[in-house]
Design a protein around this ligand. Structure first.
Ligand code: H2B
Length: 97
C-alpha cells in the first residue's frame, strides 16, 4: 500500500496539534505515554484502540505495564511518519479522554 512520509513542514504542523506527543530522536515516529488509574483502565483503552487500529488498518507499537501504556506510532509502509500516525494519535487522545 502506498503511503507517503510527511514533509518536515507537515510534521511540524502535526506535532503542534498533538501537544502530548513527542517526536522520536530519529524523527521517524511519535511517542506518548498514557497513564491510567489502574490496569483495567489501561487495558480497556488498549482494547478500544486496537479495534480502531483495525478500522484504520494502522497498528501501534506499544508497551504496557500495569496502568501505563507507552505508544510509538510510525508507518512501516512509508519508512517513517505519515498522516496515518497523526490520525491514530488523535484517535488515541480521544479514547483516553
Ligand atoms: C497490509 C496492511 O494494510 C499494512 O501492512 C498496514 C497494516 N498496519 C500498519 N501499521 C503501521 N503502523 N504501519 C503500517 O505501515 C501498516 N501497514
Amino acid at each position: 500500500m502506498s503511503v507517503t512520509q510527511l514533509t518536515r513542514e507537515e510534521r511540524e504542523d502535526a506535532l503542534a496539534a498533538l501537544p502530548e506527543w513527542r517526536l522520536r530522536a530519529d524523527g521517524l515516529a511519535i511517542e506518548r505515554t498514557f497513564t491510567f488509574k489502574d490496569f483495567s483502565e489501561a487495558f480497556g483503552f488498549m482494547a478500544r484502540a486496537a479495534l480502531q487500529a483495525e478500522v484504520q488498518d494502522h497498528h501501534p507499537e506499544w508497551f504496557n505495564v500495569y496502568n501505563r501504556v507507552q505508544v510509538t506510532l510510525t508507518t512501516h509502509d512509508a519508512g517513517g511518519l505519515s498522516q496515518r500516525d497523526v490520525t491514530m494519535a488523535k484517535t488515541m487522545d480521544a479514547l483516553a479522554g
